[in-house]
Design a protein around this ligand. Sequence first.
Ligand code: PHE
Length: 439
Amino acid sequence: MREQWSRGGFLLAAVGSAAGLGNIWRFSYVAGENGGAAFLIIYMVAVIFIGLPLVIAELAIGRRGRDDAVATLRHQAPGKHWYIAGGLSVVGAFFILGFYSLIAGWALKYFIGAVDGSLWAPVHSSAYGAYFKAFIARPYEPLIWQLLMIAITTAVVAAGIRHGIEAANRLLMPILGLIIIALAVYSLNLDGAEKGLEFLFSPDWSAFSRPAVYIAAIGQAFFSLGIGMAIFLTYGSYLDPGQSIGKSACIIVLGDSLLAITAGLAIFPAVFAFGIDPAEGPELAFITLPGLFSQMPGGRFIGTLFFGLLAGAALTSMFSILEVPSAYLARRMAWSRRKAVCLAALLSFLAGLPPALGFALLEDITINGRGLLDTYDYAVSHLLLPTGGILIALFTGWGWGKSRALEASGLLNSPLGKVWLFSLRYISPVVILAVFMSA
Ligand code: PHE
């Protein structure tokens, strides 16, 4: 018998999967670089019209298949080649987890540093650039933090769907929710917070004419939801047959967006209150923010909460990424869950070595002017996830059969079923392709 989530447990785990470094670390710097409010609007449109239909599609396929991504797509379309999309997800998961766990490791290092005080050793806020650069350039230290995060993830995923992933999300998600709300309330009460709000909510209209903003927003929608990599397909394979897919998908998408916006409310008011440029890039969370915490009243406590949030949110996403190849290996090799999870974790660590060494041993390697970590991040959000997304959309819209798709999603008798299929057949593939070809 395949394991099954409890209803609430599934929602917590699915929101936990969607909400992660993407909502906090990545959202804040990509929004910062792309004009704030204008980016936010395009991002929300992409989330509703491309993201939501894909989450529904993945959950529907997964629940119907009740198997790993490759086997499911094979059974659902016998004699066709759609299973290759499943294979892409399994391989892709190694690379995503590889670089994701690296940044998760940085978050853990900062969290522990905030607790034991070592993070507050630089006396000047301007010293955090040097602090961060010295840390990531050390040959082993970042690898050790990364390994720790992978080890925790492995232990949780190996313990199973209910007793591992669901239980860990039940513990972590409420804490993370409380922390992020507390941080936003604190930040909004700083003097000068309005400028941050203005940045996030009043658009600079000229940004709408920049194609780069659209590309960034759609890439962020894919990354933040974690769609296109069979994550919801795999989580959906453990879904209660009676649970509504449409409602669940709405909760997931809403939860993910709310968390990203709340993270924005926690970060930008503080950034502006202290007169910092929001377009700092990926370092925002690791250089700018600790500098800011070290100057704020109560900043050490706030900083501890923030990095705890970052590390915890990363973990709940790492569970779902690791589950994709683990489910595949367990079925394919007829291994125990534990053995499959361990091998998948090891392969992910290996796939992540290039970016992990990208600031030390391999620091001279750049691809198109990007360092290795940037290259991974770019390839994942701009190639891998959108390609996976197009394949899932095409499979559901064209390959699976209309009535099967509508029935599996529970949208057979709903007017929204037509809109959903239309989006998967035409809107998602065309928009994704157009935007990324122009890149
Ligand atoms: N959605 C997760 C986040 O926002 C990360 C993720 C990306 C998960 C891609 C799966 C696939 O952090």
